[in-house]
Design a protein around this ligand. Structure first.
Ligand SMILES: *[C@@H]1O[C@H](CO)[C@@H](O)[C@H](O)[C@H]1NC(C)=O
Ligand SMILES: *[C@@H]1O[C@H](CO)[C@@H](O)[C@H](O)[C@H]1NC(C)=O
Ligand SMILES: *[C@@H]1O[C@H](CO)[C@@H](O)[C@H](O)[C@H]1NC(C)=O
Ligand SMILES: *[C@@H]1O[C@H](CO)[C@@H](O)[C@H](O)[C@H]1NC(C)=O
Ligand SMILES: *[C@@H]1O[C@H](CO)[C@@H](O)[C@H](O)[C@H]1NC(C)=O
Ligand SMILES: *[C@@H]1O[C@H](CO)[C@@H](O)[C@H](O)[C@H]1NC(C)=O
Ligand SMILES: *[C@@H]1O[C@H](CO)[C@@H](O)[C@H](O)[C@H]1NC(C)=O
Ligand SMILES: *[C@@H]1O[C@H](CO)[C@@H](O)[C@H](O)[C@H]1NC(C)=O
Ligand SMILES: *[C@@H]1O[C@H](CO)[C@@H](O)[C@H](O)[C@H]1NC(C)=O
Ligand SMILES: *[C@@H]1O[C@H](CO)[C@@H](O)[C@H](O)[C@H]1NC(C)=O
Length: 751
């Protein structure tokens, strides 16, 4: 079987080469093998700090939408060993430890095919996902250390996404284009952007990149299978006070697009894979209405924040960005920013885009940024510095003010953060004069590059990686480049690709990140001097961007088709997870009150007045701790619909119309409640019966599934509910081995 499949493939590839004369792509040319996959990576949705805002108070209390990894494999049909894997994970940032585990699993499962060099782990940079997974200490502080359960879920779901993509590799075509998306981002640090030279700024119409670039994946007959798009906008549509795990605007955009293509597929069970990838995100904000003071009782309440420092009455705390839906909610803003990106992608998917042809290449190396010396194009030798965060880092941004504010005044007798109490001694030594000079003009708040105890606070060594597919070069970046930093890097790379003859005038360069390692921000030298949040978080000093430009451009010969060997590399960063401290307590007590059972209905749905599309149906159950079982690739709840006497799952916990909210009601006895809600969508069929099901919350003994409601959505959805009584049809039998989304069998290589 396997040999036959391979044989067919080789024959097919040979005939393609004959068709493809003179480098001009023909109508049915299929130079590539393409694979697309998706996997659930949602960690513990309660009692765990969320990742992105670094806010101690942002502990998750339930689920809005599951986080997913999506994977795209592109292989050269004429030599399928030449392949790259692009992973877009719906998490806040890539991480060295997560990537190490993913690479290790994939390279042992598919020896020689997927390696440390050709796997790119890119994040959507969302701020509403589960935290604690990063291996360096600084981003763990608000999570009270490392949360292995989160990391394991991300690794398992990402490996599954790649395995699924591998299993459906098939001949196909790629094409590439861009469009303008005007209403989805603004610059949140315009005063820093203005520090860039006037003549440079004059070359651009906007202080943000408004282009959405899209790589389209078609099967051999030209039917779309998915796409990868690149657009820069922070995943901060959902605010810091949201505690339901979600995907922010990129995760929402992917859901909206995939649900549009396959409306009846359960989220995550789709075959069309929509990729909304992050780009030079550093100074972008989705809060497009600008930042305003929320200072009740003060004269400046409702006024725009002060321009240079984003303050209200000299304080950062009250200054908040507003999204386009702010009059309704941050969830509405999130939907609108997602939709704007979806519309951009739709515009491109409805056109015939220029075909992509040419070789698959990749290059990966490690670069140690501590005191790295290199020569600028003007001949001056400069160096980067060991990592340090400036004072403005603690000020946060208009998307999430006052990050890490617990650092100030945390000398009360009752410290808020026990993890900080353990580790804070490691940053107190004053920075050396050499470090102060190197990082100047940054005033150093946290000298993390010299904090190695109990383990590394910040990475000193970063991943440098590029993937090439024909004329497209994807720069996989370990940080958040600002708009102008991204433009400088892209331009330097493109200019050199063309001048050295590696790619012709059609060379197309995109940025994807923060990816692989999280090395915080990258501003231009001029923006660095302003030391807003982005400059304060540019951890390797003023020459950080130039060091990246130097390194990425020097590696371009490895993207030439005649390239051989691999570049020299600094040592890979050492594993930190084996030393990790974790103060998150396990689930110790989890009980239903005496006489109750898990899943019993506490408050049934209100049936006194009719529901309309747009209304929310809510019920409350006796809960159990969802940390007991993450139900990956599955759901904590379903909204079932009665069809011809059979209950069918209609909505899952990953539909944005449903919410799963968990509340610990008694810490000593371990009681909890769960609220399940569903906001009825437009177009929901009338005269249908629905039931809510809370599925198997526990791995413990009690049965824990209960139907609580059967009701009708009557004509025009206006008449009252059927009385809730024994006219209810019987329960849908629930079998835990029947997962919502069937797992794929472990595939050994087929292509
Ligand atoms: C196929 O590509 C791999 C990886 O680049 C290379 O090592 C091998 O020599 C190539 N095989 C052929 C027949 O060109
Ligand atoms: C968009 O595509 C056009 C045509 O290929 C190209 O000239 C332009 O540089 C692209 N824009 C970006 C931002 O890459
Ligand atoms: C969440 O924060 C935003 C921005 O500060 C604020 O407008 C909103 O009222 C807050 N929501 C809740 C539920 O506190
Ligand atoms: C903010 O600081 C400035 C300069 O220190 C001062 O003049 C002003 O009165 C302060 N404003 C408020 C509201 O405290
Ligand atoms: C990085 O470089 C610095 C300065 O040369 C050196 O002290 C440090 O040991 C290096 N780190 C690693 C992991 O090699
Ligand atoms: C080269 O550029 C750097 C950074 O802009 C600057 O500090 C330095 O003075 C320049 N050197 C020369 C010789 O112009
Ligand atoms: C922290 O300690 C300093 C010096 O002991 C004291 O002046 C300050 O008031 C304390 N801050 C808090 C929030 O307790
Ligand atoms: C690869 O080809 C380019 C352009 O044709 C040439 O300049 C370069 O020397 C070649 N490199 C190798 C390693 O053969
Ligand atoms: C949960 O449901 C109960 C009963 O309907 C309601 O009183 C409560 O406000 C809900 N809680 C949340 C967080 O929605
Ligand atoms: C998932 O998709 C497959 C293939 O389209 C389908 O057979 C299966 O019923 C779907 N599962 C669910 C739960 O929708």
């Amino acid at each position: 079987m396997l040999n036959k499949a391979l044989l067919c493939l080789v024959t097919f590839a040979a005939s393609v080469n004959i068709l493809n004369y003179g480098g001009v792509p023909m109508g049915v040319q299929a130079q590539y093998l393409l694979g697309l996959g998706i996997g659930d990576i949602t960690g513990p949705v309660v009692e765990t700090n969320m990742m992105g805002y670094a806010s101690l108070g942002q502990t998750d209390t339930g689920l809005h939408m599951r986080q997913r990894s999506r994977a795209w494999i592109v292989a050269d049909a004429s030599n399928s060993s030449n392949r790259v894997v692009f992973i877009n994970a719906d998490i806040a940032m890539g991480d060295t430890g997560i990537r190490r585990s993913i690479v290790s699993q994939l390279s042992s499962e598919f020896p020689g095919l997927y390696t440390n060099e050709n796997i790119a782990l890119v994040s959507t940079h969302q701020h509403s996902g589960v935290g604690g997974y990063l291996e360096n200490l600084l981003p763990q502080i608000t999570a009270l250390g490392y949360v292995k359960q989160t990391a394991d879920a991300i690794v398992a779901g990402t490996v599954l996404a790649v395995r699924r993509a591998h299993a459906n590799l098939a001949p196909g075509k790629l094409s590439l284009g861009n469009t303008t998306v005007l209403n989805a981002n603004i610059n949140r640090s315009p005063s820093a952007y203005l520090a860039n030279p006037a003549e440079e700024r004059a070359r651009y119409q906007f202080d943000q990149d408004k282009d959405l670039s899209l790589l389209r994946f078609d099967d051999a007959s030209g039917n779309p299978r998915g796409f990868l798009s690149f657009f820069a906008v922070h995943g901060t549509s959902l605010y810091e006070n949201n505690t339901l795990v979600s995907g922010d605007n990129k995760g929402m955009a992917a859901y909206l697009y995939e649900a549009m293509v396959e409306p009846s597929a359960m989220p995550g069970n789709n075959t069309f894979v929509a990729g909304f990838t992050q780009s030079n995100v550093g100074d972008t904000s989705p809060n497009t209405e600008g930042a305003f003071c929320e200072s009740p009782g003060q004269p400046w309440d409702g006024q725009p924040c002060e321009f240079e420092h984003s303050t209200c009455g000299n304080k950062t705390e009250d200054c908040h960005g507003r999204g386009p839906g702010f009059r309704i909610s941050d969830f509405e803003s999130n939907r609108l920013i997602a939709q704007a990106q979806v519309d951009g992608a739709k515009t491109l998917m409805s056109q015939t885009l220029p075909a992509v042809s040419g070789p698959i290449q990749w290059v990966h190396t490690y670069m140690n940024m501590s005191f790295r010396s290199f020569t600028l194009p003007n001949g001056t030798t400069v160096q980067t510095c060991p990592p340090a965060m400036g004072f403005s880092f603690a000020g946060g941004t208009t998307d999430g003010p006052g990050a890490f504010d617990f650092i100030q005044g945390d000398n009360s007798s009752n410290p808020q953060n026990p993890f900080w109490e353990i580790v804070k001694g490691a940053v107190t030594p004053l920075p050396s004069p050499e470090q102060v000079q190197c990082q100047s003009p940054k005033p150093i708040l946290l000298n993390t590059g010299f904090a190695h105890s109990p383990y590394e606070w910040s990475p000193s060594t970063v991943d440098i990686q590029m993937l090439r597919v024909g004329n497209l070069v994807m720069l996989i970046i370990p940080g958040e480049l600002t708009t102008m930093a991204g433009r400088r890097l892209r331009e330097a790379v493109r200019t050199k690709l063309i001048s050295s003859g590696i790619i012709g005038d059609d060379a197309y360069v995109v940025i994807a990140g923060p990816a692989n390692t999280y090395a915080h921000y990258v501003t231009t030298r001029e923006e660095y001097a302003v030391q807003r949040y982005e400059g304060a978080s540019t951890i390797f000093g003023p020459n950080t961007l130039d060091s990246y430009i130097d390194k990425y451009t020097s590696l371009l010969p490895f993207l030439a088709p005649n390239a051989s060997g691999s570049p020299s590399s600094d040592p890979a960063p050492q594993d930190q997870t084996s030393k990790a401290i974790s103060l998150q307590t396990a689930v110790i007590l989890d009980n239903a009150p005496i006489g109750e059972s898990f899943g019993r209905v506490i408050a049934d749905v209100q049936t006194t007045s009719p529901y309309h599309a747009g209304d929310t149906v809510v019920a409350q159950f006796v809960g159990a701790n969802p940390r007991n079982n993450l139900r990956l690739e599955d759901t904590f709840l379903t909204v079932d619909r009665l069809v011809n006497g059979d209950w069918q799952a209609f909505r899952s916990d990953s539909h944005p119309s449903t919410k799963f909210q968990w509340l610990r009601t008694n810490t000593i006895l371990g009681f909890s409640t769960v609220n399940v809600s569903w906001t009825i969508e437009d177009g929901t069929p009338c005269e249908s019966m629905f039931q809510f099901l809370l599925v198997c919350l526990l791995t413990r003994s009690q049965p824990d599934r209960t139907v609580f409601l059967i009701t009708a959505m009557p004509n025009h959805c206006l008449a009252p509910f059927l009385p809730s009584s024994d006219t209810r049809p019987p329960l849908r039998p629930h079998d835990d081995s029947q997962r919502l989304i069937p797992p794929v069998a472990n595939m050994n290589s087929s292509y």
